[in-house]
Design a protein around this ligand. Structure first.
Ligand code: SF4
Length: 429
């Protein structure tokens, strides 16, 4: 969170006494970013579901030490009482400490009337890496940076999911804290990885194909790419990209996919165990309402989170039909969601293999489609802001709930049958 305020009430010397640290190192570089990233600004106190609420806020090691060494200033007591070392099991340099939430509101202990007290009192250099960067994400392949934002933030969700040209890509110079960039593991020469990533981004935007067809095309590509890499045929990867390029400009792909099967039962069943994981404890009425709406829409008992398979399939099949009607007002919603997911993680190199990364992506697409279908069983059918809010709800949980992340990521990868036909049946709707 980054509140657009004028840098704090304390003078520079007082700030240095209050929090002893040199400003964290920054990197300034050319980056590929979607248009919405150039339009984003945190709306601070006007935010309806602040990122400073409901989850453990990580404090990196340097910031933790600086807060603990603070000798003076209005926040020193809170630095001593509300800041805890992270438990050993999840302690890393990036998550050295955690801020305790207010017992009642479940807001960050430094949140005051919707504004961050650390930022407004001490300035942005005093923020932890997490608080400084969220909801921004920087993913580096070699020295090339892909910058995007997380739709877990309501303002990002509106800009990224609710505006048609939001995911058009541009190149510009960005500046970020060096420690906040996530490096993608180098599995091929960097220039080849960038060519593959850019090809996938282009494939996800192929005009003339609908989203499920684009995802199907990406699936075949990732399967082939994974095979080449497993066989050590790294020099053939560029040729593979060239082989697939023509499919993005002719209707051949669409023709080939026209006979693909469709299976609504499979699309719902895949997430049965995920649903049965149950609800999260939501202190925000907004989030609690969305969570309940998804449960009721799928015939899930909102208290026990149990549902029988036949009810789930029947409710999903009904909702997915109504979703098509709802999306007439915002036809790019799911496209933008998928394109953004790919962009911020450096797809297809964010998993163990390109195919694993692909299955994770398709799993996220599938659960979001299921949640939207659930909401569309409501009368009247939800308007675009409510649909965007539902996708955002997923993104928020997927950002902060480790157990949920794991369950979503493995929902498809765990099934033994990931043949292309079964994938088509899962994708087509
Ligand atoms: S969720 Fe987004 S808009 Fe809301 S406070 Fe955080 S960064 Fe700002």
């Amino acid at each position: 969170m980054k509140i657009p305020r004028n840098g704090g009430r304390l003078g520079r010397r007082a700030i240095l006494q209050a929090v002893k640290r040199t400003p964290p190192p920054k990197t300034s570089t050319e980056a590929t970013l979607p248009l919405y990233a150039t339009r984003f600004q945190c709306i601070g106190p006007a935010c309806e579901d602040t990122c400073c609420s409901g989850w453990r806020i990580s404090i990196d090691k340097e910031t933790f030490k600086a807060y603990r060494l603070a000798q003076s200033g209005p926040l020193v007591d809170r630095f001593r009482t509300r800041l805890k070392l992270a438990p050993t099991a999840r302690k890393t340099a990036a998550n050295w400490g955690e801020i305790e939430l207010d017992d009642e509101s479940r807001n960050c202990s430094f949140l005051e009337e919707g504004s961050c007290a650390v930022h407004s009192t001490l300035g942005e250099d005093a923020l932890s890496d997490t608080c400084y960067s969220f909801p921004r994400r920087y993913t580096a392949i070699g020295t090339h940076v892909y910058h995007g934002l997380s739709p877990a933030c309501p303002e990002v969700a509106r800009l990224a999911l609710g505006v048609e040209d939001a995911l058009e890509l541009a190149e510009t110079t960005v500046e970020f804290r060096t420690a906040t960039a996530a490096g993608v593991i180098r599995v091929l020469p960097v220039d080849v990885m960038i060519a593959v990533t850019d090809f996938c981004a282009k494939a996800a935007r192929t005009k003339g194909l609908v989203l499920w067809e684009r995802l199907a095309l990406l699936g075949i590509f990732c399967d082939d790419l994974t095979g080449l890499m497993a066989a050590g045929r790294h020099t053939s990867v560029r040729a593979l990209v060239e082989k697939y390029e023509p499919m993005l400009t002719v209707s051949a792909a669409s023709d080939a996919l026209s006979a693909a099967p469709m299976n609504h039962a499979l699309q719902a069943q895949m997430f049965l165990s995920l649903l049965r994981m149950g609800a999260t404890e939501e202190h925000s009425p907004l989030r609690a309402r969305i969570q309940r709406g998804v449960a009721v829409g799928l015939g899930v008992d909102p208290l026990t989170w149990q549902v029988d398979e036949m009810t789930l399939i029947e409710r999903y099949t009904s909702g997915v039909g109504r979703l098509k009607t709802a999306l007439e007002k915002i036809p790019f919603l799911l496209d933008n969601f998928v394109q953004n997911e790919m962009h911020v993680e450096g797809f297809p190199f964010a998993g163990k293999t390109p195919m694993v990364n692909y299955l994770q992506l398709v799993s996220r697409f599938g659960i979001v489609r299921l949640m939207l279908a659930a909401r569309c069983n409501e009368d009247p059918i939800p308007e675009p802001p409510e649909l965007i809010g539902t996708v955002r709800y997923f993104c928020r949980r997927f950002t902060h709930d480790a157990q949920y992340i794991n369950a979503v990521n493995t929902a498809l990868a765990q099934t033994n049958d990931t043949t292309i036909d079964r994938l088509y049946a899962f994708l087509r709707w």
